[in-house]
Design a protein around this ligand. Structure first.
Ligand SMILES: [Zn+2]
Ligand SMILES: [Zn+2]
Length: 224
């Protein structure tokens, strides 16, 4: 049986209104990632960087297990929409990618005796399944170096198009000009009005009545 992780689950759940299977997976993935790297670096203290492949509950589990967070620049999200995380020792650049095995939802039932509901079987099973049954762990190499990913404090340039400041060497050179990425190749937004224009009032459509069965079952179904 895996060591007791209930204190880590408490930390994770405190960030939420609930404890869910994704958070349990996050804690287990985080612990396994650190443990594997720690073994590979012969116990030398890790300078850990975590790259998550989705946002949401999984991240809170990983943060509870590792202490890594976006605000500390020790956790990043590459949103592939996948339940996976890569753990990097920033010193040696050794890295391992950890994912749940493909059949864990079914396997969880064997570790939750008498439980027939998927959600609760996962919630219980994921806490106690041995690492070998729960997780796949693969050594990987980062495409960009840690130095490139982290950049340096204090470097800044201004975009030749929008004029905004760019930190961490995220600028791009295009036809001899230094540009921010949105100006160079488009970003996640398009302006609808000029800078400092008043924000238009939005008429909200009237709320639809809450369905009678909306007591968390729908939410849980979404998370599976
Ligand atoms: Zn959740
Ligand atoms: Zn720009």
């Amino acid at each position: 049986m895996h060591p007791d992780i209930s204190h880590l689950l408490d930390i994770s759940a405190a960030q939420h209104s609930h404890l869910c299977p994704r958070q349990v997976l996050g804690v287990r993935i985080g612990l396994a990632g650190v443990e594997t790297l720690q073994a590979a670096t012969a116990g030398r203290p890790l300078r850990l960087l975590v790259i998550m492949e989705t946002d949401g509950c999984l991240v809170d589990g990983v943060t509870a297990a590792t202490g890594c967070a976006v605000g500390k620049r020790s956790l990043r999200v590459e949103d592939y929409g996948k339940i996976a995380a890569t753990f990097v020792d920033m010193e040696s650049e050794q890295a391992v990618r950890v994912t749940p095995r493909l059949d864990v939802r079914q396997r969880a039932f064997a570790y939750a005796p008498g439980e027939r509901r998927h959600y609760f079987a996962q919630l219980t099973g994921y806490q106690v399944m041995p690492d070998q049954e729960l997780l796949s762990i693969q050594p990987v190499r980062l495409v960009r170096s840690v130095a490139e990913i982290m950049s340096r404090a204090g470097v800044r340039v201004n975009c030749a198009c929008c004029g905004e400041e760019i930190i961490n060497e995220r600028e791009v050179a295009q036809e001899g000009r230094t540009l921010c990425q949105p100006c160079a190749w488009g970003g996640y937004y398009t302006p609808t009005q000029g800078v400092n224009a008043p924000v238009a009032r939005i008429a909200m459509p009237s709320r639809r009545p809450v369905p009678v069965a909306g007591n968390g079952a729908a939410q849980r179904a979404m998370q599976r």
